[in-house]
Ligand binder design. Structure first.
Ligand SMILES: *Cc1c(COP(=O)(O)O)cnc(C)c1O
Length: 378
């Protein structure tokens, strides 16, 4: 894997300084072929069959590895395909430690897996400083899975402290950095062994491709198992989606900077709003995780925030139906701003507060976004 001496911004913009050796094209070609011919000595020439890997996917994996400072990266057909492939490497009887409030799809999957495969899962309270360390020490732990900023309350987990606790117990630290991409938080540098992204979100950035990413500090036995599991479970990302992901990543740094600036302005504007109980955003000094976030998020506090409406679930949902610019839809990380009543989306087992509205801030004009929320709350 080639290294880069340039900044992440330059790396991303030029997609790893790609120039096609055959044509001079500055945009990588899409290789839709499912199968690859052997040479005159009947040797493979780098690729064999598209369920293992394809050249377009390999290109985006190389850029992702450079972006993360990883030894290698793999792309998957969705974020959850990456999550489930990663957890294939955890054996029956082994323990996973994860935050109680986290991305509900991954938590849901972990609970089902725990039952069927006989895994032990310990959920800890991310609002409590020592809870992770206690959970890891209480029992032998194989994997610690965290989000630096948990979805959708945005409580902050100290990645460096999590890494120390995990490694002291002989566990692997995996970080779901979907809402904190490497342009702000460098998970591997902070001590993670594996970093995960739903590429569907900020990396692709335009709400038009579903993708997942795993990147590793070291190509070790676990990583080889993950690579093998991707081939056997069939969760590889297709060539066209790989191409879209790389195309989106070229503007990640610009989008993220604007989105984070917009989110900060919105959080500050609504912090003491009479129709709100609270604004949950790590960029606010009043947020319990602000100091940790300031230490580990070098490129801004991100663009995800939640509003606790002064009222009940119905009041919150009413606000989400009155916005004219914020689109009432799930997902996050696209250029357009979204608002959602998270408890409805997560379903009857949700532990998210009933009055919580999750907001993914886009790159629109921030004064117009603020005016839209003002009229929806009025
Ligand atoms: C969306 C998301 C996922 C799952 O990714 P998909 O691409 O939807 O499968 C995992 N973690 C977080 C934090 C997410 O936002």
């Amino acid at each position: 894997m080639s290294k880069t001496d340039n900044s992440l911004e330059t790396l991303l913009t030029q997609a790893g300084h790609f120039i096609d050796p055959q044509t001079g094209a500055v945009v990588p070609p899409i290789h839709p072929s499912t199968t690859y011919a052997r040479d005159g000595r009947y040797e493979l020439q780098g690729f064999e069959y598209s369920r293992d890997a394809n050249p377009t996917g390999r290109r985006v994996e190389e850029v992702l590895a450079m972006l993360e400072g990883a030894e290698d990266a793999l792309v998957f057909g969705s974020g959850l395909a990456g999550v489930s492939t990663f957890f294939e490497t955890v054996r029956t009887g082994e323990r996973v430690v994860a935050p109680r409030v986290m991305y509900h799809g991954a938590a849901d999957w972990l609970r089902r897996l725990a039952e069927r495969r006989g895994l032990e899962v310990t959920f800890f309270d991310a609002t409590e400083r020592a809870a992770l360390e206690r959970a890891v020490q209480a029992n032998e732990t194989a994997v610690v899975w965290i989000e630096p900023s948990v979805n959708p309350t945005w409580d902050v987990i100290d990645v460096r402290a999590a890494s120390k606790a995990a490694h002291a117990a002989g566990a692997v630290l995996a970080v779901d950095a979907t809402v904190t991409p490497a342009v702000t938080l460098r998970a591997l540098d902070l001590g993670a062994d594996i970093v995960f992204h739903s590429g569907t979100k900020y990396l692709a950035g335009h709400s038009d491709v579903t993708a997942g990413v795993l990147a590793t500090r070291a190509v070790d036995a676990r990583w080889e198992e993950i690579r093998h599991a991707r081939t056997l479970m069939g969760g590889v990302l297709g060539p066209f989606e790989s191409w879209l992901l790389l195309r989106g990543m070229r503007t990640l740094h610009v989008r993220y900077e604007r989105q984070a600036a917009n989110a900060m302005a919105i959080a500050r504007h609504f912090e003491h709003h009479p129709r709100l109980e609270a604004v949950l955003y790590p960029g606010l000094e009043s947020h319990s995780g602000h100091e940790t976030a300031a230490r580990q998020m070098e490129g801004g506090f991100g663009a995800m925030l939640s509003l606790l409406i002064a009222g009940n679930a119905e009041d919150a949902k009413r606000v989400a139906t009155r916005t004219r610019l914020f689109v009432p839809a799930t997902s996050l990380g696209g250029v357009e701003s979204l608002i959602e009543h998270r408890a409805t989306v997560e379903g009857p087992n949700s532990i998210v507060p009933a009055n919580l509205l999750r907001i993914s801030v886009g790159i629109e004009r921030v004064d117009e976004l603020i005016a839209d929320l003002e009229q929806a709350l009025a």
